[in-house]
Design a protein around this ligand. Structure first.
Ligand SMILES: C[S@@+](CC[C@H](N)C(=O)[O-])C[C@H]1O[C@@H](n2cnc3c(N)ncnc32)[C@H](O)[C@@H]1O
Length: 375
Protein backbone atom coordinates (compact mmCIF):
# COMPACT_ATOMS: atom_id res chain seq x y z
CA UNK A 1 0.00 0.00 0.00
CA UNK A 2 1.41 3.36 -0.99
CA UNK A 3 0.36 6.86 -0.20
CA UNK A 4 0.36 8.89 -3.37
CA UNK A 5 -0.60 12.48 -2.91
CA UNK A 6 -3.20 13.73 -5.32
CA UNK A 7 -1.55 15.48 -8.24
CA UNK A 8 -2.18 19.21 -8.19
CA UNK A 9 -4.19 20.08 -11.24
CA UNK A 10 -3.51 23.43 -12.91
CA UNK A 11 -7.26 23.87 -13.15
CA UNK A 12 -9.67 22.31 -10.71
CA UNK A 13 -13.27 23.33 -10.16
CA UNK A 14 -12.33 24.31 -6.63
CA UNK A 15 -9.70 26.83 -7.61
CA UNK A 16 -10.96 28.23 -10.86
CA UNK A 17 -14.49 29.41 -10.14
CA UNK A 18 -14.85 30.97 -6.73
CA UNK A 19 -18.26 32.06 -5.51
CA UNK A 20 -19.27 35.70 -5.03
CA UNK A 21 -17.59 37.13 -1.93
CA UNK A 22 -20.77 37.82 0.03
CA UNK A 23 -21.88 34.22 -0.41
CA UNK A 24 -18.48 32.89 0.60
CA UNK A 25 -18.40 35.04 3.72
CA UNK A 26 -21.90 33.87 4.61
CA UNK A 27 -20.89 30.26 4.20
CA UNK A 28 -17.76 30.67 6.29
CA UNK A 29 -19.99 31.99 9.04
CA UNK A 30 -22.31 28.98 8.67
CA UNK A 31 -19.34 26.60 8.81
CA UNK A 32 -18.11 28.23 12.03
CA UNK A 33 -21.57 28.25 13.55
CA UNK A 34 -22.14 24.55 12.82
CA UNK A 35 -18.71 23.66 14.17
CA UNK A 36 -19.33 25.62 17.39
CA UNK A 37 -22.79 24.22 17.96
CA UNK A 38 -21.78 20.61 17.31
CA UNK A 39 -18.52 20.89 19.23
CA UNK A 40 -19.23 23.10 22.23
CA UNK A 41 -22.98 23.39 22.64
CA UNK A 42 -23.61 19.68 22.14
CA UNK A 43 -21.20 18.79 24.94
CA UNK A 44 -23.48 20.72 27.27
CA UNK A 45 -26.52 18.95 25.82
CA UNK A 46 -24.81 15.62 26.49
CA UNK A 47 -24.05 16.65 30.07
CA UNK A 48 -27.74 17.57 30.50
CA UNK A 49 -28.71 14.15 29.10
CA UNK A 50 -26.41 12.27 31.46
CA UNK A 51 -27.55 14.35 34.45
CA UNK A 52 -31.18 13.39 33.79
CA UNK A 53 -31.93 10.16 35.76
CA UNK A 54 -33.90 8.70 32.84
CA UNK A 55 -31.10 9.66 30.44
CA UNK A 56 -28.44 8.07 32.67
CA UNK A 57 -30.50 4.87 32.88
CA UNK A 58 -30.89 4.75 29.08
CA UNK A 59 -27.18 5.34 28.54
CA UNK A 60 -26.30 2.47 30.88
CA UNK A 61 -27.89 -0.35 28.89
CA UNK A 62 -28.62 1.36 25.57
CA UNK A 63 -27.43 -1.40 23.24
CA UNK A 64 -28.86 -4.28 25.29
CA UNK A 65 -32.38 -3.00 26.06
CA UNK A 66 -34.99 -5.47 24.90
CA UNK A 67 -37.10 -2.85 23.13
CA UNK A 68 -37.65 -2.07 19.44
CA UNK A 69 -35.55 0.84 18.21
CA UNK A 70 -38.44 3.27 17.59
CA UNK A 71 -39.40 2.99 21.28
CA UNK A 72 -35.83 3.41 22.49
CA UNK A 73 -35.28 6.44 20.26
CA UNK A 74 -38.60 7.99 21.40
CA UNK A 75 -37.52 7.68 25.06
CA UNK A 76 -34.07 9.15 24.37
CA UNK A 77 -35.60 11.97 22.33
CA UNK A 78 -37.95 12.88 25.18
CA UNK A 79 -34.95 13.18 27.53
CA UNK A 80 -32.91 15.16 24.97
CA UNK A 81 -35.73 17.61 24.34
CA UNK A 82 -35.95 18.49 28.03
CA UNK A 83 -32.63 20.30 27.49
CA UNK A 84 -32.85 23.82 26.11
CA UNK A 85 -29.24 23.38 24.95
CA UNK A 86 -30.18 20.40 22.80
CA UNK A 87 -33.06 22.35 21.28
CA UNK A 88 -30.73 25.25 20.48
CA UNK A 89 -28.28 22.84 18.84
CA UNK A 90 -31.05 21.44 16.62
CA UNK A 91 -32.37 24.90 15.69
CA UNK A 92 -28.91 25.95 14.53
CA UNK A 93 -28.35 22.67 12.65
CA UNK A 94 -31.55 23.19 10.69
CA UNK A 95 -30.70 26.85 10.07
CA UNK A 96 -27.27 25.98 8.65
CA UNK A 97 -28.66 23.11 6.54
CA UNK A 98 -31.12 25.46 4.81
CA UNK A 99 -28.91 28.53 4.63
CA UNK A 100 -26.04 26.86 2.78
CA UNK A 101 -28.27 26.71 -0.30
CA UNK A 102 -30.05 30.02 0.33
CA UNK A 103 -26.62 31.64 0.27
CA UNK A 104 -24.80 29.21 -2.02
CA UNK A 105 -27.10 29.21 -5.05
CA UNK A 106 -27.20 33.02 -5.55
CA UNK A 107 -23.44 33.18 -4.95
CA UNK A 108 -23.02 30.57 -7.69
CA UNK A 109 -25.44 32.30 -10.05
CA UNK A 110 -23.37 35.49 -9.71
CA UNK A 111 -20.52 33.52 -11.27
CA UNK A 112 -22.55 31.76 -13.99
CA UNK A 113 -20.57 33.23 -16.89
CA UNK A 114 -17.24 32.16 -15.34
CA UNK A 115 -18.64 28.74 -14.48
CA UNK A 116 -19.89 28.13 -18.02
CA UNK A 117 -16.56 29.27 -19.47
CA UNK A 118 -14.79 26.95 -17.06
CA UNK A 119 -16.93 23.97 -18.07
CA UNK A 120 -16.26 24.76 -21.73
CA UNK A 121 -12.46 24.64 -21.29
CA UNK A 122 -10.96 21.79 -23.29
CA UNK A 123 -9.73 18.83 -21.27
CA UNK A 124 -6.77 16.82 -22.49
CA UNK A 125 -8.16 13.27 -22.38
CA UNK A 126 -6.20 10.93 -20.15
CA UNK A 127 -8.13 7.76 -20.90
CA UNK A 128 -10.98 7.84 -18.42
CA UNK A 129 -14.55 7.47 -19.64
CA UNK A 130 -18.09 8.62 -18.93
CA UNK A 131 -20.94 6.33 -19.91
CA UNK A 132 -24.37 7.91 -19.41
CA UNK A 133 -27.43 5.77 -20.03
CA UNK A 134 -30.79 7.53 -20.01
CA UNK A 135 -32.58 4.16 -20.18
CA UNK A 136 -31.55 3.30 -16.58
CA UNK A 137 -34.72 3.68 -14.45
CA UNK A 138 -34.29 6.25 -11.68
CA UNK A 139 -36.14 5.08 -8.56
CA UNK A 140 -38.64 7.55 -7.11
CA UNK A 141 -36.88 7.66 -3.74
CA UNK A 142 -33.85 9.09 -5.59
CA UNK A 143 -35.55 11.60 -7.87
CA UNK A 144 -38.17 12.84 -5.42
CA UNK A 145 -35.99 13.51 -2.36
CA UNK A 146 -34.36 16.88 -1.73
CA UNK A 147 -31.28 15.28 -0.16
CA UNK A 148 -29.81 17.37 2.69
CA UNK A 149 -32.50 19.97 1.80
CA UNK A 150 -30.82 20.62 -1.57
CA UNK A 151 -33.52 22.29 -3.69
CA UNK A 152 -34.40 19.81 -6.47
CA UNK A 153 -32.12 17.05 -5.12
CA UNK A 154 -28.80 15.87 -6.60
CA UNK A 155 -29.74 16.84 -10.17
CA UNK A 156 -31.82 19.91 -9.24
CA UNK A 157 -29.44 22.71 -10.29
CA UNK A 158 -26.98 22.67 -13.17
CA UNK A 159 -24.22 24.41 -11.18
CA UNK A 160 -24.42 22.36 -7.96
CA UNK A 161 -20.90 21.14 -8.75
CA UNK A 162 -19.66 24.69 -8.20
CA UNK A 163 -21.95 25.42 -5.21
CA UNK A 164 -20.68 22.29 -3.48
CA UNK A 165 -17.07 22.28 -4.72
CA UNK A 166 -16.36 25.96 -4.11
CA UNK A 167 -18.77 26.68 -1.26
CA UNK A 168 -20.52 24.08 0.88
CA UNK A 169 -17.65 21.56 0.69
CA UNK A 170 -14.60 23.70 1.51
CA UNK A 171 -16.36 26.32 3.67
CA UNK A 172 -18.96 24.37 5.65
CA UNK A 173 -18.57 20.56 5.47
CA UNK A 174 -14.82 20.82 5.92
CA UNK A 175 -15.33 21.99 9.52
CA UNK A 176 -17.44 18.97 10.43
CA UNK A 177 -20.30 19.00 12.93
CA UNK A 178 -23.17 17.70 10.79
CA UNK A 179 -25.01 14.37 10.80
CA UNK A 180 -22.52 11.73 12.03
CA UNK A 181 -19.44 13.84 11.28
CA UNK A 182 -17.97 15.27 14.47
CA UNK A 183 -17.03 18.94 14.80
CA UNK A 184 -13.44 19.36 13.64
CA UNK A 185 -13.42 16.14 11.60
CA UNK A 186 -12.46 16.63 7.97
CA UNK A 187 -14.07 14.37 5.37
CA UNK A 188 -11.00 14.76 3.17
CA UNK A 189 -8.95 12.90 5.78
CA UNK A 190 -11.66 10.46 6.78
CA UNK A 191 -12.05 9.07 3.26
CA UNK A 192 -8.45 7.81 2.86
CA UNK A 193 -8.61 6.46 6.43
CA UNK A 194 -11.60 4.36 5.39
CA UNK A 195 -9.93 3.21 2.15
CA UNK A 196 -6.99 1.97 4.24
CA UNK A 197 -9.39 -0.58 5.78
CA UNK A 198 -9.02 -2.73 2.65
CA UNK A 199 -7.03 -5.63 4.08
CA UNK A 200 -4.61 -6.25 1.19
CA UNK A 201 -1.57 -4.26 0.11
CA UNK A 202 -2.64 -3.88 -3.49
CA UNK A 203 -5.74 -4.27 -5.65
CA UNK A 204 -6.27 -4.74 -9.38
CA UNK A 205 -9.78 -3.32 -9.95
CA UNK A 206 -11.78 -1.34 -7.38
CA UNK A 207 -15.46 -0.55 -7.95
CA UNK A 208 -17.49 2.13 -6.17
CA UNK A 209 -21.29 1.88 -6.53
CA UNK A 210 -23.00 5.20 -5.68
CA UNK A 211 -19.75 7.09 -6.23
CA UNK A 212 -21.46 10.46 -6.75
CA UNK A 213 -18.51 12.43 -8.11
CA UNK A 214 -14.81 11.88 -7.52
CA UNK A 215 -14.59 12.25 -3.71
CA UNK A 216 -14.04 8.69 -2.54
CA UNK A 217 -12.44 7.41 -5.75
CA UNK A 218 -9.82 10.17 -5.37
CA UNK A 219 -9.10 8.78 -1.90
CA UNK A 220 -8.87 5.27 -3.37
CA UNK A 221 -6.31 6.60 -5.84
CA UNK A 222 -4.31 8.12 -2.98
CA UNK A 223 -4.06 4.77 -1.20
CA UNK A 224 -3.92 2.43 -4.23
CA UNK A 225 -2.51 4.49 -7.12
CA UNK A 226 -2.07 1.42 -9.33
CA UNK A 227 -5.64 0.13 -9.08
CA UNK A 228 -8.04 0.37 -12.01
CA UNK A 229 -10.95 2.55 -10.83
CA UNK A 230 -14.62 2.19 -11.78
CA UNK A 231 -17.40 4.32 -10.30
CA UNK A 232 -21.13 4.29 -10.92
CA UNK A 233 -24.11 6.32 -9.81
CA UNK A 234 -27.64 7.23 -10.84
CA UNK A 235 -27.03 11.00 -10.99
CA UNK A 236 -25.88 12.25 -14.38
CA UNK A 237 -24.87 15.59 -12.87
CA UNK A 238 -22.59 14.00 -10.27
CA UNK A 239 -21.08 11.61 -12.82
CA UNK A 240 -20.26 14.49 -15.19
CA UNK A 241 -18.63 16.42 -12.33
CA UNK A 242 -16.67 13.38 -11.27
CA UNK A 243 -15.45 12.64 -14.79
CA UNK A 244 -14.35 16.24 -15.33
CA UNK A 245 -12.52 16.40 -12.00
CA UNK A 246 -10.74 13.08 -12.53
CA UNK A 247 -9.65 13.93 -16.08
CA UNK A 248 -8.38 17.36 -15.01
CA UNK A 249 -6.42 15.77 -12.20
CA UNK A 250 -4.94 13.24 -14.62
CA UNK A 251 -6.50 10.19 -12.94
CA UNK A 252 -8.08 7.55 -15.13
CA UNK A 253 -11.55 6.45 -13.98
CA UNK A 254 -14.41 4.70 -15.78
CA UNK A 255 -17.63 6.45 -14.68
CA UNK A 256 -20.90 4.69 -15.56
CA UNK A 257 -24.53 5.50 -14.98
CA UNK A 258 -25.83 2.43 -13.19
CA UNK A 259 -28.13 1.42 -10.39
CA UNK A 260 -26.04 -0.04 -7.56
CA UNK A 261 -28.31 -3.11 -7.65
CA UNK A 262 -27.50 -3.84 -11.29
CA UNK A 263 -23.96 -2.80 -12.17
CA UNK A 264 -23.87 -4.85 -15.39
CA UNK A 265 -20.29 -5.86 -14.50
CA UNK A 266 -19.34 -9.51 -15.13
CA UNK A 267 -19.57 -11.93 -12.21
CA UNK A 268 -16.28 -12.26 -10.26
CA UNK A 269 -14.63 -9.36 -12.08
CA UNK A 270 -13.43 -6.90 -9.39
CA UNK A 271 -10.95 -7.22 -6.52
CA UNK A 272 -12.46 -4.62 -4.22
CA UNK A 273 -15.76 -2.80 -3.72
CA UNK A 274 -16.06 0.36 -1.66
CA UNK A 275 -19.37 1.81 -0.52
CA UNK A 276 -19.00 5.18 1.16
CA UNK A 277 -21.96 7.22 2.44
CA UNK A 278 -24.25 5.26 0.13
CA UNK A 279 -26.18 3.02 2.51
CA UNK A 280 -28.03 5.84 4.32
CA UNK A 281 -29.37 7.16 1.01
CA UNK A 282 -31.08 3.91 0.04
CA UNK A 283 -34.08 1.98 1.45
CA UNK A 284 -33.40 -1.31 3.23
CA UNK A 285 -34.39 -3.58 0.31
CA UNK A 286 -32.20 -1.57 -2.08
CA UNK A 287 -29.28 -1.89 0.36
CA UNK A 288 -29.70 -5.65 0.55
CA UNK A 289 -29.83 -5.99 -3.24
CA UNK A 290 -26.75 -3.73 -3.52
CA UNK A 291 -24.79 -5.98 -1.15
CA UNK A 292 -25.85 -9.05 -3.16
CA UNK A 293 -24.66 -7.34 -6.33
CA UNK A 294 -21.33 -6.44 -4.71
CA UNK A 295 -20.87 -10.07 -3.69
CA UNK A 296 -21.67 -11.18 -7.25
CA UNK A 297 -19.12 -8.91 -8.96
CA UNK A 298 -16.32 -9.54 -6.43
CA UNK A 299 -13.78 -12.17 -7.35
CA UNK A 300 -13.51 -15.04 -4.83
CA UNK A 301 -11.35 -13.64 -2.01
CA UNK A 302 -12.20 -10.06 -3.02
CA UNK A 303 -13.03 -7.50 -0.33
CA UNK A 304 -15.87 -5.10 0.42
CA UNK A 305 -15.31 -2.02 2.59
CA UNK A 306 -18.40 -0.07 3.57
CA UNK A 307 -18.58 3.11 5.63
CA UNK A 308 -21.68 4.95 6.75
CA UNK A 309 -22.98 6.50 9.97
CA UNK A 310 -22.91 4.00 12.86
CA UNK A 311 -25.88 1.89 13.93
CA UNK A 312 -27.85 3.26 16.90
CA UNK A 313 -26.48 0.42 19.05
CA UNK A 314 -22.90 1.67 18.60
CA UNK A 315 -23.41 5.22 19.90
CA UNK A 316 -24.51 7.15 23.02
CA UNK A 317 -28.32 7.61 23.11
CA UNK A 318 -28.00 11.37 22.54
CA UNK A 319 -25.94 10.71 19.42
CA UNK A 320 -28.63 8.23 18.27
CA UNK A 321 -31.22 11.01 18.67
CA UNK A 322 -28.98 13.34 16.67
CA UNK A 323 -28.70 10.76 13.85
CA UNK A 324 -32.44 10.05 13.93
CA UNK A 325 -33.14 13.80 13.65
CA UNK A 326 -31.67 13.95 10.13
CA UNK A 327 -34.47 11.74 8.81
CA UNK A 328 -37.20 14.27 9.39
CA UNK A 329 -35.25 17.50 9.40
CA UNK A 330 -32.38 17.24 6.91
CA UNK A 331 -33.77 15.43 3.88
CA UNK A 332 -32.45 11.97 4.79
CA UNK A 333 -35.50 9.67 4.62
CA UNK A 334 -33.53 6.45 5.25
CA UNK A 335 -31.20 7.57 8.02
CA UNK A 336 -33.29 6.05 10.81
CA UNK A 337 -34.22 2.73 9.21
CA UNK A 338 -30.67 2.04 8.07
CA UNK A 339 -29.26 2.85 11.58
CA UNK A 340 -31.55 0.26 13.17
CA UNK A 341 -29.80 -2.57 11.34
CA UNK A 342 -26.56 -4.38 12.18
CA UNK A 343 -25.17 -4.56 8.66
CA UNK A 344 -22.40 -6.95 9.65
CA UNK A 345 -25.09 -9.57 10.43
CA UNK A 346 -26.80 -8.92 7.09
CA UNK A 347 -23.50 -9.38 5.26
CA UNK A 348 -22.84 -12.70 7.03
CA UNK A 349 -26.35 -13.89 6.13
CA UNK A 350 -25.72 -12.98 2.48
CA UNK A 351 -22.55 -15.10 2.38
CA UNK A 352 -19.69 -12.68 3.09
CA UNK A 353 -16.92 -14.09 5.29
CA UNK A 354 -14.39 -12.48 7.68
CA UNK A 355 -17.00 -9.82 8.44
CA UNK A 356 -15.97 -7.17 10.95
CA UNK A 357 -17.60 -3.95 12.12
CA UNK A 358 -15.71 -1.27 14.02
CA UNK A 359 -15.35 2.45 14.46
CA UNK A 360 -12.39 4.65 13.56
CA UNK A 361 -13.49 7.77 15.45
CA UNK A 362 -14.36 8.75 19.02
CA UNK A 363 -18.16 9.06 18.65
CA UNK A 364 -18.64 6.02 16.45
CA UNK A 365 -17.77 7.68 13.13
CA UNK A 366 -16.31 6.81 10.67
CA UNK A 367 -17.92 3.40 11.11
CA UNK A 368 -16.63 0.57 8.96
CA UNK A 369 -18.08 -2.80 8.03
CA UNK A 370 -15.88 -5.00 5.91
CA UNK A 371 -15.97 -8.55 4.64
CA UNK A 372 -14.84 -10.79 1.81
CA UNK A 373 -16.27 -13.13 -0.79
CA UNK A 374 -15.45 -16.74 0.09
CA UNK A 375 -12.60 -18.27 -1.87
C1 LIG B 1 -24.06 10.84 -0.02
S1 LIG B 1 -23.74 10.46 -1.68
C2 LIG B 1 -22.17 9.70 -1.54
C3 LIG B 1 -21.38 9.77 -2.80
C4 LIG B 1 -19.99 9.13 -2.77
N1 LIG B 1 -20.03 7.74 -2.39
C5 LIG B 1 -19.04 9.88 -1.90
O1 LIG B 1 -18.33 9.24 -1.14
O2 LIG B 1 -18.96 11.10 -1.99
C6 LIG B 1 -24.85 9.12 -2.02
C7 LIG B 1 -24.89 8.74 -3.48
O3 LIG B 1 -25.67 7.57 -3.66
C8 LIG B 1 -26.25 7.62 -4.94
N2 LIG B 1 -27.31 6.60 -5.01
C9 LIG B 1 -28.42 6.47 -4.28
N3 LIG B 1 -29.13 5.39 -4.64
C10 LIG B 1 -28.42 4.78 -5.64
C11 LIG B 1 -28.62 3.60 -6.41
N4 LIG B 1 -29.69 2.81 -6.25
N5 LIG B 1 -27.69 3.31 -7.32
C12 LIG B 1 -26.59 4.08 -7.52
N6 LIG B 1 -26.35 5.20 -6.80
C13 LIG B 1 -27.26 5.55 -5.88
C14 LIG B 1 -26.69 9.07 -5.03
O4 LIG B 1 -26.96 9.46 -6.37
C15 LIG B 1 -25.49 9.79 -4.42
O5 LIG B 1 -24.56 10.14 -5.37
Amino acid sequence: MTNASLPESPITPFKTVSLAQRGRAGMEFLGSLQNYVAGTVRQRARADFNADPEGAALAQNWAQRNEPWPERIAKAKAVAERSITYRYDRLMQRYVAEEVYTKGIPATEARRAEAEAFYALPIKPIGGSLELDASIPIPKYHSETEWHLMPGGWDGYDLYGITMGSGVGPLVFVRGGFAAVEAGDDLRRQRPDVVKQFPKKSYGRIYEPGCGGFGTLAAVYQVFPDAELIGSDLSQHLLRQGHMAAERMGIKVAFKQRDARDTKEPTSSVDGVIMYALQHEMPIDVNIDTLKEALRILKPGGDLVMSDPPPFAAVHPLQAVVLDWDTEHRGEPFFTVTREVEWADVMKDLGFVNVEAYTLGAQGYPYVVRGSKPV
